[in-house]
Design a protein around this ligand. Structure first.
Ligand SMILES: [Ca+2]
Ligand SMILES: [Ca+2]
Length: 299
C-alpha cells in the first residue's frame, strides 16, 4: 500500500501524460478558462519509428516574463530543448509559437507547461495539436550517405531499397550484390576483370571464378599493375581482397592447372578495380610461353 501511494506521488510529481495516437491535442488546465498558478504538466508524445511529430499551437496566451522565467511552455526532443514560449506577443527576449510548426527530429516529443506561484492577470493558456508525419528517408541523405545502394522507395512509415537489373538485395536490405560466383573458364587464355570494370566493383560482393586448363599445361596468372583493391596501411587485406588458390572445386589431380580466384569486397564504398590475365603454359617449355606475356599497358 505504501509503495502504491509513493508511486502515485511520484507520478504526480514527475509523471507525464503519454500520447501515442497518430494525432491528438493538448491544452493548458481549464482551457479556455484561465490556467491555475503553481502548476506543472508534462506530455510525452511517441509515435512509431519512421514517423516524426509535427506540433502546432492554435491558441497561446501565457503570462509574459523576461526570458519566460515565470510561466512557460517548453518543447523538447531527445533531451534537447526545441523551443520555450511565453506571453502573447513576440518580443526581443520572449518567443510565442504564432504560426510555426515544430517538427521533432525523431519519433518522440515532450512538452512541459509550468506556471509559477502567481498570475498577474487572467491568462487563457494554450491549445496545441500534433500529428505524426512520415519521414521521407530517401530524400534526407547526401550522395555519400545514401541508405540504399541503388534505389530508395519511400512509403508512409518506412522505406525500402531495390537494385538495378542483375543485382540482388543483400540480407541487410540496403546493399545491392551481384551474382558472380560459379563461373568456370576452360579457355587457354583469357582476361578476367572485377565486376563493372572499368567502373569500380560493387560493395559487399563475394565472387569466385574457376579457371581450368588442359592436361599438360599449367596456369600462369598476371595481374594488371593497375590493380587497385581497398587496402590498409598496417593490416594485410582486412577489407577487400582477391585471393588465388586451388580449391575443393578443383579436382585434386588437376594441381596447377585449376585455380580458383575469389574476390571479396566489404560494405564500404571504397571500391576500385582489378584485372587478371590467365594463360595456359606448356609444362615442357614454360620460359618460351612467358616471354609472350605483355598484355597490359606499361606505366
Ligand atoms: Ca504566473
Ligand atoms: Ca517513409
Amino acid at each position: 500500500m505504501r509503495i502504491f501511494i509513493l508511486s502515485l506521488l511520484l507520478q504526480f510529481r514527475c509523471g507525464a501524460e503519454l500520447l501515442s495516437e497518430m494525432y491528438g491535442s493538448l491544452q493548458s488546465p481549464n482551457f479556455p478558462e484561465p490556467y491555475p498558478r503553481d502548476t506543472e504538466l508534462n506530455w510525452n508524445i511517441g509515435v512509431p519509428d519512421g514517423f516524426r511529430i509535427s506540433l502546432f499551437f492554435s491558441h497561446f496566451d501565457l503570462e509574459p516574463s523576461y526570458l519566460c522565467e515565470y510561466d512557460f511552455v517548453k518543447v523538447k526532443a531527445d533531451g534537447e530543448v526545441l523551443a520555450v514560449f511565453c506571453g502573447k506577443e513576440e518580443t526581443d527576449t520572449e518567443e510565442v509559437p504564432t504560426q510555426q510548426v515544430i517538427t521533432s527530429p525523431r519519433n518522440s516529443l515532450s512538452i512541459q507547461f509550468v506556471s509559477d506561484f502567481s498570475n498577474e492577470e487572467r491568462f487563457s493558456g494554450f491549445m496545441a495539436h500534433y500529428s505524426a508525419v512520415d519521414v521521407d528517408e530517401c530524400s534526407q541523405r547526401s550522395d555519400e550517405d545514401q541508405l540504399c545502394d541503388h534505389f530508395c522507395h519511400n512509403f508512409i512509415g518506412g522505406y525500402y531499397c531495390s537494385c538495378r537489373y542483375g543485382y540482388q538485395l543483400h540480407t541487410d536490405n540496403h546493399t545491392c550484390r551481384v551474382e558472380c560466383s560459379g563461373a568456370v573458364f576452360k579457355e587457354r587464355s583469357g582476361i578476367l576483370s572485377s565486376i563493372n570494370f572499368p567502373s569500380p566493383y560493387p560493395k559487399s560482393s563475394d565472387c569466385s571464378y574457376r579457371i581450368e586448363v588442359e592436361e599438360g599445361f599449367r596456369l600462369r596468372l598476371q595481374f594488371d599493375p593497375r590493380f587497385d583493391v581497398e587496402d590498409h596501411p598496417d593490416i594485410t587485406c582486412p577489407y577487400d581482397h582477391v585471393k588465388v588458390g586451388s580449391s575443393h572445386s578443383c579436382p585434386i589431380t588437376h594441381t596447377l592447372r585449376c585455380l580458383l580466384i575469389g574476390s571479396v569486397s566489404d560494405p564500404s564504398r571504397k571500391q576500385r578495380v582489378w584485372t587478371v590475365l590467365w594463360r595456359s603454359v606448356s609444362r615442357v617449355h614454360p620460359d618460351r610461353q612467358q616471354r609472350r606475356l605483355h598484355p597490359f599497358p606499361q606505366r
